[in-house]
Design a protein around this ligand. Structure first.
Ligand code: PNS
Length: 172
């Protein structure tokens, strides 16, 4: 038996990956990564990280609902939430790969550190996908700030997010 077939992770079965993040809210940049990653795996789980310590504009349920709406057209994308370490989520759900989008070199240092830590912690690998250059400047934090001051973010988020974003921004 070859080394490749001896490793149980090569056993046949659905190829799953997780795309974790805060998604507060989901942007067109996130959706670009999700769409491309969903073509590489049988099942892609988009996992919204529950972080009570971080002030967010949208609740976890709202973020999950927006993601579910925005990814409804992809048959193999599931949206879930998780609390704790992403590697524990991976172990519980038998997911060997984390997918992350990289916008610029400035993302790389921290993402590499997390990727190496996650590999060391639980032998979970990370696949880095270069963001579409069209979205290399895009971040949820900027979208929220622009919306808060009445700026136009219609090209940066899906329409269903835009409606909720403008409503929420007006309430603040
Ligand atoms: O969209 P974000 O805020 O950049 O996402 C960051 C996220 C949620 C993917 C990252 O902080 C994460 O994986 N958090 C879960 C907790 C964890 O596993 N931390 C250790 C990483 S080595």
């Amino acid at each position: 038996m070859s080394a490749a077939t001896a490793d149980p992770r090569h056993a046949a079965g659905p190829r799953r990956a997780v795309c974790p993040g805060s998604f507060d809210p989901v942007t067109n940049g996130h959706l670009d990564i999700i769409a491309r990653a969903s073509r590489l795996y049988d099942e892609l789980i988009v996992a919204v990280f529950v972080n009570e310590a971080k002030r967010s504009m949208f609740s976890v349920d709202e973020r999950r609902a927006m993601l579910r709406d925005a990814t409804a057209g992809y048959g193999n994308v599931r949206v879930e939430t998780f609390e704790g370490l992403v590697v524990d989520y991976c172990k519980t759900h038998d997911i060997p790969v984390i997918v992350k989008g990289l916008r610029a070199v400035s993302d790389f240092d921290y993402e590499l550190q997390m990727a190496q830590m996650n590999r060391g912690l639980a032998d979970v690998d990370t696949l880095f996908m270069p963001t579409n250059p069209e979205y290399s400047f895009l971040a949820s934090s900027l979208v929220k700030e622009i919306a808060k001051w009445g700026g136009d973010v219609s090209a940066l988020v899906p329409e269903l997010v835009l409606d909720r974003l403008m409503r929420r921004a007006r309430q603040r």
